[in-house]
Every structure is written in C-alpha cells, then in structure tokens.
Design a protein around this ligand. Sequence first.
Ligand SMILES: Nc1ncnc2c1ncn2[C@@H]1O[C@H](COP(=O)(O)OP(=O)(O)OP(=O)(O)O)[C@@H](O)[C@H]1O
Length: 763
Amino acid sequence: MTGSIKVFYRVYPTEETDLENVVIDKQSNKVLVRRLQELAKNYTGSKKNFWHFQTDGVFLEARQDHIFEKIALDLLNDVMQGKTAVITAFGQTGSGKTFTVGGLNFAEKDFGLVPRIASAVFEMKREQPRNMKVCIEMSYIEFERSNAVDLLDDHAITHRKPFSKVEVKNEYQALKCIFLGEGRKRFNNAESGYASNLYSTVVTFYVTRRDTDLTNPTKVVSKLHVLDLVGNAYAKSSATHKEAKTIGQANVIKSELEQFVLCLTENMPERIKVKQRTNVLLHYLDGDLSNRHSLVFIGHITRLRADLLVTLSSLRFGAIVKGLKPKISENPYYMNEELELEYLKKELKACQREKYLDSVLLNQNLVFGLSSERIEHVDRTVCDYLNNHLDEMKMLNVADAKMVLERMKYTYKSREESIERLQAENQQLMVKSESSSLKIKSSKSCTNSSTSKNGKKSKESMSLKERRSSSGTLEKKVKIPASTEFHVSTEVSLTHKANKRKSTVENATKRSGRKRSISNTSVDRKDSRASIKSSSSYNPPLPDLVTDNMELWKQFTTSVSYKNTVEEYKFNEKELRSQFKIYLAEVDRLNKLKDTLDKCSRDLVVAQTFRKFNSKDELDENGNLVISFSEKSCQDQLESTRAQLLDQQEQTLKSQEEFKIFFDNRQSLVKKLHADFDAYCAEHNNMPCSNVALVENDLQQLFSMNADIDAEKLGRTDEELVTEVPHLNERIKMIKSLQELMLNEMKRRQYAKEKSKIQWKNK
Ligand SMILES: Nc1ncnc2c1ncn2[C@@H]1O[C@H](COP(=O)(O)OP(=O)(O)OP(=O)(O)O)[C@@H](O)[C@H]1O
C-alpha cells in the first residue's frame, strides 16, 4: 500500500428494490450509474446508458471486520514501519461514514475502523523487535471551516494550533480517548434517530519508533489520520437530517477538498499552500494529504433513485482522486537525539567508572597507607629476593606489586650507587698507585687496572643481571609503559595469580553450578602481553569500511565462537560485579577501622593527658608507672583495633586481587573477541579490519538488554502490563462502560449547550 492512492466505495444497505439505476460490477470493481437525462420525465428514448466509475473495491453488505482487513490492516502495518497514511470517509449525510469509521454505539463486532486500529496498533507494537521502542499518541479534532476543536481537551478550546497529542499506553487508554472524543462531538439532533455529525472529525494515531540499537540511533515518526468528513448533500435530496445551512457548509468543504486534490493532481505547490492556509482541516493535515503518502478514500453511496445526483457527485470525486498519480515517499528518519544523548551519558558514565576503577586498582592510598613495619618487611623481602634467598613467586602479594617495585627500584638504585662509590674509590687508589710507579708500567697497570675495574664492574653488574635474569625480567617489568601500569602489578606474581585465578574461576563456576572450560577463561600471560601489544597498535577502521564491518559484524555475532565468548563474558561480568561490591565493602570496613584507630589514639592521648594533669605519676613495687584504668582500656582498644586493621588490610588486598582477576579476564575476553573478529574479517574480507567500537557496543548493549529483562521480570512496572485490557466478559464490561462514558459525555455537552442558550436568552 506504500505511496498508493486507492478509492473504495461502501454501499448503504437498503430494503428498496428499485435499484437498477446504480449497478455494482463486483468482478471488475466498477460502479455504473444511469445517465440522469434518461431518467427525466420528458425522456422518450429506450436505451439505458450508464456512467462507468472504476474503483479499487466496492463493499456491498460487507461486515465491519472485512472492511478493516481490506482497507486498514496493511496500511497500519506500513504506518508501524514509519509510513504516513490518511483514510478519508466521504459521502452524503446518513450514508454510513461514522458507522464505517467508528460504530461505537454497537457491539464490539460492529466496531468500525478507528477502535479496531486502536486494538491492532498495540498488538503490532508488542510484535516489534526488542530494540524498537514504540510510542503511540492520539489526537481527536473536530473541524469547522475555519476553526478546530480539540475533543481530547475537556475545555474544548477552539483554536488552530497546536493540537494536543495524548500518549496512550494501551488499548484501553486509546479506546477511552475515542469514546470520549465521540461523546464530545457536535451533532444534529435529527428526528431520524441517529446523531448526524455537524462537522468533520479526524482521529490521528502518531507512531514514534525509536531504535535503541546504539549503532543506529534513529527515530521515525509516522501518522495515521482517519477522517470522517461532514456529510454533504443537495438540499433537495432524500437526506434531510440536516438544515440547509449545514448541508451548504458541508458542500463547501467537499468542494474545497475537491479543489485541493485537483491542485495536487496538477502539482501546483503555491495553490496547495493557499488552500492549506484557508482551510483548517487541510492546514492540520499539512503535507500528509498528498500523493507522497498512502491515501485511502472510502466513498459512501446509496442506490436510491432520489440520491442519484449525490451518488454521482461522490463517484466523480473518487474519479478525480484516482487521477492523482501516487509518488513513492522516503521514510523521514531523524536522528534520535534523546537516544544520542542517552548514549553519550552512558559513555561518560562508563569513562567515569573506568577512571574510578583505575584509581581503585592502582590504589595509591591503600599502598602508601601501609605501616612502617610493613614497609620494612617489604624491604627485607626485596633484599632477600635480590640476594637470591627468596623465590620470586613466593616473594609477594600481587597487591603489593607497585609498592614492591618502588622499594625494589630504591634498593637497586642505592646498591648501584654504592657500587659506583666503591668503583670511584678504587679508581682514586689506582691513580695514587699509578703516580708512584713507572710511566710505562703505569700505562700498562692502568690498562690492567681499568680492565680489572671494568671486569669488576661487569662482574658486579653481571651478578646483578644474573640475579635479575634468574629471578625474572625485572628490567622489562620496570620499563613497561605507564598506560599498562595495571598489568605491571598483575604480572609480578604471575604463576601465583594464574593459579589463583584458576581456582577462583573454578570456585565461581562451581558456585554458579555452571560447567565451563577453565583453559578458556584463564588468561595466558603471553596472550595478555600480546593483546596489550595488539590493542596498542590497533588502528580504527576508515569510515567507509564501517558499513562493510557492520555487515560482517552481524554475520560474526551469529557465529558459534562469538556466542561462546559472550556467554563467558556475561558470566565473568556477573562475577566481576559481585566481586567489586565485595571489594568496596572491604574498603569501607577498612576505612571504618582506620577511623576507629584514630579515635582510639585520640582517646588514649586524652586519658594520658588527664592522668598527667590530675595526679602525680605513681610507680609500683618494680618501679613501673601505674597507669589509670581508662588509659589501660584505651590502650587495649588501640591494640585490638590495630590487629583488626592489619587483618582487614589483608582481607581488602585479597578481595582486590580477586576482583583484578575477573577484571583481567574481562579485558582478555574483549581482546579475544577483537582477535576473533579480526580473524573473521580476514577470512571473509581478506583483510583484518576489526572495529573495536562494534565489539564494545555490542557487549554494552547485551548488558543494557539484560537489565531491561530483569526489570521486567522483577518489577513488571510497565504500565502496559499493569493496565492490560481484560478479555471475554471483562472486555464486554469494559466496552459497555466506555459506551456509558460516551453517552454521559454527550448528555453533559447537550445540557451545557441548553443551559448556555437559556442564559443567553435571559440576558
Ligand atoms: N452498513 C450499515 N449497516 C447498518 N447500519 C448502517 C450502515 N451504515 C449506516 N448505518 C446506520 O445508518 C445511520 C446513519 O449512519 P452514519 O451516522 O454512519 O451516517 P453518516 O454518513 O455518518 O451521517 P452524517 O454525515 O449525518 O453524520 C446510523 O444509524 C447507522 O447505524
């Protein structure tokens, strides 16, 4: 139906039998109308000639659901995909336009297009892909020739613009809007027994689709207008439900619409603009009533002889519309600014978090907050290590790495300094001895001494170098650039860490009851170094490669290796988060203990000061100072807090280490995905062109999606779920209550109108 223009006709059911003047050819979708001249009293000819009108379908005694399926269903599907459409019911007064569009006075099976659309739109919304957020809004406006009345606004202020839009979250809310609006419409209290509309009305469904896929943050707004044009007729026809004045106005509107369509047919943009300015309905529809969109016209005709002239007029209007050539329209895509903003906010948050994690992991305060005893202990360990008394792996706790490296540097430097000092002294001695010996000899001995000096130096250096090489690549470790500082700390006690990681991951796997291959999750040291290299030498793809990448990325995400890694990543992320929480709790406890320690020290000082000021120092038999009870208890308290603090420090370092293991694991999994994707690109594109953003965005999205699912499961806060429309009996009750609402609204309006009339008369 996209970009199409269709004209259908619905024939009013009648019991009369004299119907040969309007013939319906269902096979060829034609309506034939007898030439009026031949029906004149003075016509003497015997021939029966007919006007032929080609249509896109004629509904004769058709059911409401059939009309909805034939006309609105495909159109609505298009609207949900971002296309705009207009359905217009036109025809003479009393021919069934409001019945086709609304039918709200009847049982649900006889509901017309609008309530059916309201139900279907939410069904379609539910079927949308997860990344597509769809928002439905509605408006219901009544149009006089130069004014508009907002029927969803209780005060119904007459104005031109802006027209209010009401967001509807479910079918019930949408139906409520429709019934309320219907109750507020102005109608003629015709004796014929039905409410004949005085003005044209338009129900508009606004569909806003926001793609929450961060790689494609677009927003599309489409509209579906359903117009119920005021019934036109000639005053002398059988349609006598309205006053001549109202009928006259209706005819003017119909002829304006006709002229507008003619302007569209002849493509006269200036005239189109003028028409839109002078007619508020056309102004409201703006560019939507144009051949760029899907337009469906439903003409309502009768077959009665008395209505023949109006029927002919309606058919002619349809013929004009059919002359309008459809244009294919592009979907108007806008950048989803809200989503973009949300995305940037997320990015910012992620950066802040990363920064925070960095600072936590480097943990300057914790390391430098260590006691002097601990620093001494570390120094001793470093000396033992440098003297080959201690194995590297046993030497230290991973978390102390930075501290140890600092101390190591310091010790190393001081040793080198002392060596240099010794060498300088040696040199001085040599110079002295040289000056006392023969010149020739001295030059020789000088050479020898320098050789021996160099020899000594090299020996010294060698011994250090040997030690270094025998106990690990210290030099390398110290020289690792600042950007990989975090990895430096993790590399020092590698085997220990790898073992620990294995066991932690194993434990974690056992805890969650999931089987997982540990070899995959444990990070190989070499791999991790290699991946650091590869990530540092990573060049982002050129912009024109991104489209290719996107395609490849889509294919890649369905591959087995990707899915396995993502599963692993998810699991690791879960563990990482819980471990991070634990770590934060430990840090919190540590800080509290530090505060307590400070407090204990202050208490002790106060107790000691108090003793000193209030009594002279007393000594016991052994000559020891007798301290007060409060002082004693403060001291005990201080000691025990100190012990607790030390334990807590250990505990915090342990949890930090565990957290780092999962953190490392995450990095390596992301790198693994990059590498896999690189390989995939190389295989399918003959060149490695991985897009880091694709990998990261995808993982990020994975987690935001999970969060949504969780929220749904836990909270079920979505209004749509809460106010879901009930079924069967409940549904009948709901419809009845809505119909009551509509009738009450009608009565209320009628009463207000009568009252204002009386007031005006009394004035
Ligand atoms: N196809 C139909 N089947 C049964 N009843 C119908 C049908 N079409 C119209 N009617 C009935 O005819 C009456 C007039 O219909 P409706 O109000 O829809 O006409 P209308 O074209 O909207 O008139 P107006 O322009 O005066 O508002 C209503 O009582 C309606 O229920």
